[in-house]
Write a protein that binds this ligand. Structure first.
Ligand SMILES: [Fe+2]
Length: 322
């Protein structure tokens, strides 16, 4: 699945070794069979990572909205009229709640979330050693009425390629179940290589009967293939659903966040060479002139060379970033 532009056998062997070392085989099998998997807290978030992410997310919410999010009651986000609210008609609320974007720079714990070996092993399995961060954000959803339509994260015409071009690794920071407005998945849909059409994309009453709510505890890492049909149930319980999606892509896919040249040197210095690759510093695309293309290629090559030397995994030297 990770094979890409050469170096495939060695890359696969390395990735599999890492998967075995972290005892993730069963979750990889689940992912292959169903298109998604929930890795439990004790494996996904040791050292209190989930608790620290939740605290940091609540701090971001407070800074951006001027009020501390009401985790237990959900009053700060009930019937939230944010993004996509118009999809649900004049009386609708947002099916996703408050989406706070570009949070990487707001707390060091978000760097830790990106560098979590479990997350990286799964992302590498799906999108190769050249995988990059497309975006890191945080959803906060209170009690609402709107469900989120099923879709794939690969917005291409059918047939979609069977290998993942993108993948989503979401930190579940509060318990997920139907009442709490969890993510909805159609098991096995990643194999269909197309997006849902019309009524088959509807979640909830009268909608797609194959869409099931995922149930997992706070601290789980929910991983899915870019082709998997997913959406969300509305939240009927009080309180907030808090989740932190780490959305990742192969390096030639356009990313949601533009991080090339935007990472402070001290942030690069305190992390491994892979961090630079993950935060897009190995990408030369986006040049503005012949001169700029050379400068960017040289800059990207420096980060790729450092990553290749670090021994994390053999990067394909040809084609990956060209
Ligand atoms: Fe999505």
């Amino acid at each position: 699945m990770i094979d890409e532009n050469g170096g495939g056998d060695a890359n696969l062997a390395n990735a599999w070794e890492e998967i075995r070392r972290l005892r993730l085989e069963a979750y990889v099998a689940d992912l292959d069979a169903h298109g998604y998997t929930a890795i439990p807290p004790e494996i996904a978030c040791p050292d209190g990572l989930a608790e620290r992410l939740l605290e940091a997310a609540l701090n971001v919410g407070e800074r951006r909205n001027g009020v501390r999010p009401d985790l237990a009651g959900g009053t700060t986000h009930a019937g939230f009229k944010g993004r996509f609210a118009s999809f649900s008609g004049a009386d609708g609320d947002s099916p996703i709640g408050d989406l706070m974007q570009s949070i990487l720079f707001e707390d060091r714990v978000f760097e830790e979330a990106l560098m979590n070996p479990v997350l990286l092993a799964m992302a590498t399995y799906l999108c190769g050693y050249g995988v990059v961060l497309s975006s890191m954000g945080c959803f906060m959803k209170g009690p609402n009425v709107s469900t989120f339509t099923l879709h794939t994260d690969t917005p291409l015409p059918a047939p979609l390629p069977p290998q993942a071009l993108v993948c989503n690794l979401t930190y579940v920071l509060t318990d997920f179940n139907r009442e709490n407005g969890s993510t909805a998945f159609v098991p096995g849909s990643h194999k269909w290589c197309r997006s849902p059409v019309g009524q088959e994309g509807v979640v909830g009453e009268g909608g797609n009967p194959a869409a099931v709510p995922v149930e997992c505890k706070a601290g789980s890492l929910l991983v899915w293939h870019g082709n998997t049909w997913h959406g969300a149930f509305n939240r009927t319980a009080p309180g907030l659903r808090v989740s932190l999606p780490v959305y990742m892509a192969r390096p030639y896919i356009r990313t949601q966040e533009g991080l090339v040249g935007k990472i402070p040197q001290e942030m690069l210095d305190r992390n491994s060479p892979r961090f630079a690759i993950l935060t897009q510093q190995g990408i030369m695309y986006g040049y503005e002139s012949q001169e700029d293309s050379f400068a960017r290629a040289e800059r990207a090559a420096k980060y790729i060379a450092a990553y290749s030397k670090s021994g994390v995994g053999p990067l394909a030297q040809q084609g990956l970033y060209s």
